[in-house]
Design a binder for this molecule. Structure first.
Ligand code: 8ID
Ligand code: ZN
Ligand code: ZN
Length: 350
C-alpha cells in the first residue's frame, strides 16, 4: 500500500519559492530503504540551502529536510538489518562510501562521496524519503517521532560538538545561539553531560526558555550587553571564562569574539555556518592562553545512536512547535527573522 504519488515541499531554483506539490514516490535501490516520514524538524541548514548561502551547490529541483523521523515501508534486496515497520530517521548524512580512509576511521561525515539529505539528494520534506540502509538512524519504538526528529541533526551535531570540545563534567560551556534549534538541544545535552551552561542569545522569550526550561545557569543577551566578552567571563565561577564555547549562531560576530572570552586552555568549537563568514582570534591571547579553535560537523553512526539514547532515557527535553508541512515557508520566514525559540517540526500529513 505504498502510493505512487505523495506530497512534498519542492524548490525549483535557488532562492525559492518552496512549493507544496504532488510528486512521485521513489523506489529504494538495492542498499536503500524507503521511510514514510511522519515528522521532520526544520534546521537552519534547510534555509541556507534555499538561499544558496554555501560554496557547494544543491541538486535542483530539491526536496529539503534532514531531520526526518518515520516508519520503514520498503527496502532493497541487499538490506538485511532494517525491517519493514522499524522506526527510522533520515539525517543529514544520507550515505557514504564506507570504504575510503575517512569511512574506515568512523569519520564518515568527511567521506568525499557523502550524500547529503535535502542538499545533494532529496530529503525529508516529503511523505516518503530514501535513505542508505547503513546510515538510517535506528529510532526506538517507545520514542515519539515528533519530539525526536530534531535530534536527527541538531541533537547529533551538538552532542558531537560537546564531545569534540573536550569539556568534562563540572566544567562550563558557553552555548552561542542557545535559544535556537541547535542551541536549545546543546543546553540539554550539556546539562545531561554534567556541564554548567552559559546561554548566549537575545530576547526575553529565549532567555526564559534557556534559563527555566533548558537549565542554563546564566544568560547573556548579545544585543543588549555592553561587553559580551566581559559578561561571559563574569558568568564563570572564577571569572576566567568558560572551558568551551559551542558556536551555533548564524552570525559572523561571535565567531570573531569567542576566542577572546574562552578560558586559557579552553576550546572554541565552530558549528554554525553563516554565509561567507570567517573565524578570527587575537594571536597573542590565543598563544599565551594555549587556546584551541576547531570545527565540528554532524556526527557518525555511533554518535547518532548515543544522541538518540540520551533522548530515549528522558534526558533531553527541548521545546518544539508542530506545523503542517505545507506551511514550511512560514517557518523559513520566522527563522530568517531569528524569531524561533527552539525548533519547528513539520507534520508531513498536512
Ligand atoms: O554539522 C554542523 N556543523 C551543523 C549541523 C546543523 C546545523 C551546522 N548547522 C548550522 C546551520 O546551518 C546554522 O548555520 O548551525 C547553524 C544554526 O542552526 P539552527 O540552530 O537550526 O539555527 P536557528 O534555530 O536559527 O538558531 C540560531 C540562533 O542564533 C542566534 C539566533 O538568535 C538564534 O536563536 N544568534 C544569532 I542569528 N546571532 C547571535 C549572536 N551574535 C546569536 N546568538 C548569540 N550571539
Ligand atoms: Zn541540520
Ligand atoms: Zn567514504
Amino acid at each position: 500500500n505504498i502510493p505512487e504519488k505523495q506530497w512534498a515541499m519542492v524548490i525549483e531554483k535557488t532562492g525559492g519559492p518552496v512549493e507544496y506539490k504532488e510528486i512521485p514516490v521513489a523506489k529504494p535501490g538495492p542498499d536503500e530503504v524507503l521511510v514514510n516520514i511522519k515528522y521532520s524538524g526544520v534546521c537552519h541548514t534547510d534555509l541556507h540551502a534555499v538561499n544558496g548561502d554555501w560554496p557547494i551547490p544543491t541538486k535542483l529541483p530539491l526536496v529539503g529536510g534532514h531531520e526526518g523521523a518515520g516508519v520503514v515501508v520498503a527496502r532493497g534486496e541487499l538490506v538485511k538489518d532494517v525491517e519493514i515497520g522499524d522506526h527510522a530517521g533520515i539525517k543529514w548524512l544520507n550515505g557514504s562510501c564506507l570504504a575510503c580512509s575517512f569511512c574506515q576511521a568512523s569519520d564518515e561525515m568527511l567521506c568525499p562521496k557523502a550524500l547529503l539529505s535535502g542538499y545533494t539528494v532529496d530529503g525529508t520534506f516529503q511523505q516518503y524519503a530514501i535513505g542508505k540502509a547503513a546510515h538510517v538512524a535506528r529510532i526506538p519504538k517507545d520514542v515519539p517521532l515528533d519530539a525526536v526528529s530534531p535530534v536527527l541533526c541538531a541533537g547529533i551535531t551538538v552532542y558531537k560538538g560537546l564531545k569534540e570540545s573536550g569539556a568534562v563534567p563540572g566544567q562550563t560551556v558557553a552555548i552561542v545561539g542557545a535559544g535556537g534549534g541547535l542551541g536549545s538541544l546543546a543546553c540539554q545535552y550539556a546539562k545531561a553531560m554534567g556541564l554548567q551552561v552559559i546561554g548566549i542569545d537575545t530576547g526575553a522569550e529565549k532567555e526564559k526558555m534557556v534559563k527555566e526550561e533548558l537549565g542554563a545557569t546564566a544568560f547573556v543577551d548579545f544585543a543588549t550587553s555592553k561587553n559580551v566578552v566581559k559578561d561571559v567571563q563574569a558568568a564563570t565561577a572564577d571569572g576566567t571564562g568558560p572551558h568551551a564555547v559551542l558556536l551555533v549562531a548564524v552570525n559572523e560576530k561571535p565567531f570573531q569574539q569567542a576566542a577572546e572570552y574562552v578560558r586559557p586552555r579552553g576550546t572554541v568549537v565552530a558549528i554554525g555556518l553563516p554565509a561567507g563568514a570567517f573565524l578570527k582570534a587575537p594571536v597573542f591571547e590565543t598563544v599565551i592562553g594555549m587556546k584551541t579553535i576547531k570545527g565540528s560537523y554532524v556526527g557518525n553512526r555511533k554518535d547518532t545512536g548515543e544522541a538518540l539514547d540520551f533522548f530515549r532515557r528522558g534526558l533531553i527535553k527541548a521545546p518544539f512547535k508542530t506545523i503542517g508541512m505545507s506551511e514550511l515557508q512560514k517557518v523559513y520566514d520566522l527563522m530568517h527573522e531569528g524569531k524561533i525559540a527552539g525548533r519547528y517540526v513539520v507534520d508531513t500529513s498536512k
